[in-house]
Write a protein that binds this ligand. Structure first.
Ligand SMILES: [Zn+2]
Length: 151
């Protein structure tokens, strides 16, 4: 099932990235914090437009008592903007996990088909390893039904 909230994030992100270029958080070079007299704050970075005589800035957003830099970095000199993406560790892990689960699902179809056709023998195990890179532990797990039901 599609998680509507997650889906919303994807839509928002693709909308943003179609409008303006994006940068990863770790590509930015932080310079300083700027404070206005009325207490507003910005973070200044080396400007990604390449100009050396000015900084690009992000306003600080307020969430309860905590402050964090907003997603949008602006160069007011050359009138450009970038979407700053956080380095999302959870998303990276989830992507790896999904890749693995897809691999297991694919392996599972292959193993069931081939074992049904050839029977489970040493020969079949070697065949699966040589032609599909599926080792015997995974074959055993698939046949025991211990895979693909992680969630
Ligand atoms: Zn600039």
């Amino acid at each position: 099932m599609i998680d509507p909230i997650e889906n919303y994030d994807d839509i928002k992100e693709s909308w943003f990235s179609s409008k303006i270029p994006s940068l990863e958080e770790n590509q930015l070079n932080f310079v300083s914090v700027i404070r206005s007299e009325d207490g507003k704050e910005w973070r200044a970075y080396d400007c990604p437009c390449g100009g050396k005589d000015h900084c690009a800035t992000r306003p600080m957003a307020q969430d309860g008592y905590s402050q964090y830099p907003s997603d949008i970095l602006t160069c007011y000199i050359n009138n450009r903007q970038w979407l700053v993406r956080p380095v999302n560790v959870v998303a990276v892990i989830r992507e790896e996990e999904e890749k693995y689960l897809k691999l297991v699902a694919k392996a599972s179809r292959i193993v069931r088909k081939i074992v049904k056709k050839r029977g489970l023998s040493e020969d079949t195990l070697l065949f699966l390893k040589d032609t599909h890179g599926i080792d015997r532990e995974l074959v055993q797990e698939i046949l025991d039904g211990n895979t693909g039901e992680h969630k």
